[in-house]
Design a protein around this ligand. Sequence first.
Ligand SMILES: Nc1ncnc2c1ncn2[C@@H]1O[C@H](COP(=O)(O)OP(=O)(O)OP(=O)(O)O)[C@@H](O)[C@H]1O
Ligand SMILES: [Mg+2]
Length: 220
Amino acid sequence: MKNSRRARAMEKGSRYGRKEKESAWQCAEVDALYRLAAAGLRVPQPYGFFEGVLLMEMVADADGDAAPRLADVDLMSEQAVEYHRMLIGQVVRMLCAGLVHGDLSEFNILISANGPVIIDLPQAVDAAGNNHAGRMLERDVENLANYLGQFAPELRGTDYGKEIWNLYEAGMLTPETPLTGRVEQSTELADVDAILKEIEDVRAEALRRQERLKAQDSGP
Ligand SMILES: Nc1ncnc2c1ncn2[C@@H]1O[C@H](COP(=O)(O)OP(=O)(O)OP(=O)(O)O)[C@@H](O)[C@H]1O
Ligand SMILES: [Mg+2]
């Protein structure tokens, strides 16, 4: 388990204020790890602190070595699509547990023997209590599409972020909710124009009919 921020915290831990800040930061990560494990996500199990450094389960590859980062592996297009599907599933589960990662990228995803594992959670935000949570979720999901889209270009046009956030805000998101990767474009403005024109047409037609009837009544 290499973890440089936590290792740095130990080196610089002599100053009290700094240490306090680091431990609040680390507690946020431990909280997030427990919350996500309880929600059924595959995240490293935290073991506790050792001299200000958070110890956690090592995510391993098939040989039992520390798993590579997503950024370090070469992917076939089907594999990229599969990882994307699994990661979107994890992002959804995370949101259902009330959290947005906020720094999701190919550097904070490890490829374990059983597929991708999301790590590096100290900045995860409370989805309901943070005004930027929606934008952060969209950016996280966009990062996935852009990175994995290099291997599977069809992922680049997808818009799972907005779709997931809309469902979450409507109270309709569960880990089983089917997703399309597309968001219906709002046609509200165009519709208002069309409806106004329709009303205008109907009114004009009614007026013309009235004029015709009047003309017939007063006819010869
Ligand atoms: N549980 C783990 N199992 C295996 N490797 C890990 C684990 N946690 C972290 N690592 C390795 O350590 C690296 C840094 O961890 P992490 O992303 O959590 O910290 P960071 O603060 O972002 O550090 P950095 O600035 O180096 O990215 C990861 O990219 C990964 O290679
Ligand atoms: Mg990191």
